[in-house]
Design a binder for this molecule. Sequence first.
Ligand code: ATP
Ligand code: MG
Length: 136
Amino acid sequence: MSNIQQTLSIIKPDAVERNLQDQIKKDFKNNGFEIIKEKKIHISKEEAERFYKVHETKPFYNDLCAYLSSGPIVVMTLERDNAVMENRKLMGATNPTEAEDGTLRKKYGISIDKNSVHGSDSLENAKIELDFFFNN
Ligand code: ATP
Ligand code: MG
């Protein structure tokens, strides 16, 4: 049975800076994702803080928000069967040194902060995150 979902993907500043967005978009398409919406934006630190609010209490919260707002990013609505989980699989582990071969973070990630892509971690969060970037 098919289970079409939408999820939010962000190409983070380190990847945009290295001009990897076309390559990464090709990776999504080659893995069965359709890019339904996309925009290149540069968010403020305050917006990054709202986006990553779930991590508010973490020691890396400030650096994380400073980083996501440090340069342009590309935000996308991705659609496919089981999009949330399939995107997490394609992205690989948070830390690129632990990511499996063939995953986006293994291929493009530089460090745990500069790990090139973000993906929603549940269907519920995907709805919240898509709303955050595309419905306001
Ligand atoms: P993302 O939310 O960006 O898709 P993720 O879901 O794999 O990544 P989270 O636990 O949600 O990982 O962490 C959000 C981001 O915070 C990570 O992408 C990473 O850049 C940063 N981060 C996570 N853990 C650490 C850590 N221990 N030290 C520094 N930065 C971290
Ligand atoms: Mg996360």
